[in-house]
Structures are given as C-alpha cells and as structure tokens.
Design a protein around this ligand. Structure first.
Ligand SMILES: [Zn+2]
Length: 225
C-alpha cells in the first residue's frame, strides 16, 4: 500500500521539481512511511488543454454479442449461471480405448439394457475422469443406482444447455461437489466399476435440455477433431 501511495505521489510531482537543479532531495517521496499513519489527499491529474483524447472509431472493431449465460438450478447447489465455454476435451486421456459405443447392443449383463445410452471408455481402473467442458456440477453421488458413483456436469455450449454424466467411478474418488464450477479437463473422479458394471470403465452419457441421450462420441469427435 505504501509503495502504491508513493508511486502515486511520485507521479504527481510536477516535472519541474524532478528536474530541479537546486539539489532538492526529491527522492524523499520514497522514504518509508508507517502505514495507517499517513493519509494522502486525493491527487488531481492535470491535463493540458492540448491533450488529445484518443477515441476509438466505432467502425474500427466488431462486437460479437455473446449468448446469454445459462442459469442452472443445482439441487442443494442453488442457481448458478454458466458462461459459454470454448474448450472441449475428452473425458479420459486414452479416449481411443473405447469399449462400447452408443446405440442398440446385446445386453452385457442380466439387468443391463439392450440400448446403450452412453459410450464406454476403457482407459484402465483408476484413470482420472475429466469434465469435457467448463460447467457446473449438478449431481455428485456415490448412490447413482445402476450408474454407481456418478457425477453430472451441465455446460453452456454455444448457448445450448448440454449435460454430461460420468458413471461407475470409484467409491471415494469424487473430487467435486454439487454447485461447483469446473473447467474443461478438471478431474471429477477416477474410473471404477461401481453400479451396474462388468468391469472398470467410464460410462459417459450426454443429453440436451430434453433429456434425450445422444451419441457423445460422435459429438466429441466432431468438436475435438
Ligand atoms: Zn456404458
């Protein structure tokens, strides 16, 4: 604080005083002062009448109106506004190790569905699971039924509400809480095999405001390239 105050004082000293040749000790403005004991008068900045106020021509730049933020109502997390994020990332590093794609399939277990409403990544037990984009955590539970340890994050993608759901993670691995803002690539938990799962893998579901699941692999591939 005292340094800033000294700087303000120093820069407000008239140029004449600084260049004075009478030996005046002008450096005294830097002398250490005890904080809380010195009060400075507000400094006025004098600008000569010839000073040019530079203005930016309106046509010199374009303003692209940003889409309005999406407000998410997270249970017990209150309402959180999420701004649009640009970055999209894979939820695991070894994303190419895919176990099962989106769509019809033969049920892999007794109670498993014949329609796979997510995509499975198989990067190995304990691999960090990351948020695919900036967003807000709307669900973080160890009791997600068939989904086991499950985290849901809502995103603002181009003004559209998109939810990503990360399932079957390890017990005790959830690294976020409901209502928390997360960034693309932020760790949510670790790959596990909780809930209705036949082995360690990440089951990722994605859906829009209508709740209808879509093919997250195609969606991510399209955006990440
Ligand atoms: Zn799955």
């Amino acid at each position: 604080m005292s340094f800033v105050a000294a700087m303000m004082l120093a820069t407000s000293v008239p140029a004449l005083a600084v260049t004075a040749t009478d030996g005046t000790e002008t450096a005294s403005v830097y002398a250490p002062v005890a904080e809380d004991t010195v009060s400075y008068e507000p400094q006025a900045l004098e600008v000569s009448e010839e000073a040019e106020i530079s203005t930016l021509a309106a046509e010199a730049y374009d303003v692209e109106a940003a889409p309005p933020p999406i407000v998410v109502e997270a249970p017990s997390g209150g309402s959180v506004s999420i701004a649009e994020g640009d970055a999209i990332v894979w939820p695991v590093v070894s994303w190419e190790k895919r176990a099962s794609g989106f769509g019809p399939r033969s049920a892999p277990c007794g109670g498993c569905s014949t329609f796979h409403d997510g995509i499975d990544f198989n990067p190995g037990d304990g691999t960090p699971v990351m948020s695919i984009a900036d967003g807000v955590v709307v669900l973080a539970t160890e009791n997600g039924g068939g989904l086991g340890v499950n985290v849901e994050v809502q995103h603002n993608i181009g003004g559209e509400l998109i939810t990503s759901s990360y399932a079957h993670m390890q017990y005790g691995s959830i690294a976020v809480s409901v209502g928390e803002r997360v960034t693309a690539g932020q760790q949510l938990g670790l790959v596990g095999t909780t809930g209705q799962s036949t082995g360690p893998h990440l089951h990722l579901e994605m859906f829009g405001g209508d709740g209808v699941r879509f093919d997250g692999f195609a969606w991510l591939s399209e955006r990440i390239g």
